[in-house]
Design a protein around this ligand. Sequence first.
Ligand SMILES: Nc1ncnc2c1ncn2[C@@H]1O[C@H](COP(=O)(O)OP(=O)(O)O)[C@@H](O)[C@H]1O
Ligand SMILES: [Mg+2]
Length: 242
Amino acid sequence: MRLPAVEVKELYFRYDKEYVLEKITATIWDKEYIAIIGPNGGGKSTFVRLLLGLLQPTKGKISVYGRPPLEARRLVGYLPQNVNFNLDIPLLAREVILQGRLESGKYRFGSEDMKLLYQIAKELNIENLLDRKISDLSGGERQRVLLARALITKPKLLILDEPTASVDIASQKRIYQILKTLSMTKIVISHDINILLEGVDRVFYLNRKLFIHENIQLDIQNKEGHFCEMELFEELRRRCDG
Ligand SMILES: Nc1ncnc2c1ncn2[C@@H]1O[C@H](COP(=O)(O)OP(=O)(O)O)[C@@H](O)[C@H]1O
Ligand SMILES: [Mg+2]
């Protein structure tokens, strides 16, 4: 039997007067790879912030591995949108990654932390970056370091909010290649059409309401290899509204 990783029932959310998310019901299964796409302001970041317990639903219910989001926080690795580093703070990449292992009250790292650090650095091919200042890294290098920080918690669920928004094409591809090899449940917000071709199980199109695309690969193939992002978004929007 499939184990639900995330269950969302009749979810509504608003910051002010207007609903940003409306009547959202969905189940994400353990080990599934979900891409969330949609226009700017469609509610994608808000949706994942709700899954993390950083925001509370206006109405409706969310559970993550059977628990309220806040209680499931330790099971979730998160890379937020637009992480900005204060360039005045000379943090090394290794220190940024180890932040993922910080718990309240913990102030020093043990051998288990170090073992994980090197293991993950090896997996992501960033061993040579560990002693560089985070502010000196390229966009793509920095995103891999931040991915390592999310992974060092050994999450059952990994949530990435536009991880390739400000990196070059080669680094984008590299990040998606890495994601493909990771076996936990993954939710990735992206504007990048490439992700739809890289092993995603389902696509969630979010524009206040949610439309779930069960088999995006097939739909792309039906276009006989010729499609552009705008066409695809148009098509998804049409089905979402219809
Ligand atoms: N902290 C906030 N306070 C008020 N409105 C917000 C806040 N954050 C986002 N919004 C609004 O909520 C809507 C959805 O935003 P967001 O979830 O960031 O969309 P996306 O990530 O899809 O671009 C937008 O209209 C945005 O302006
Ligand atoms: Mg966003």
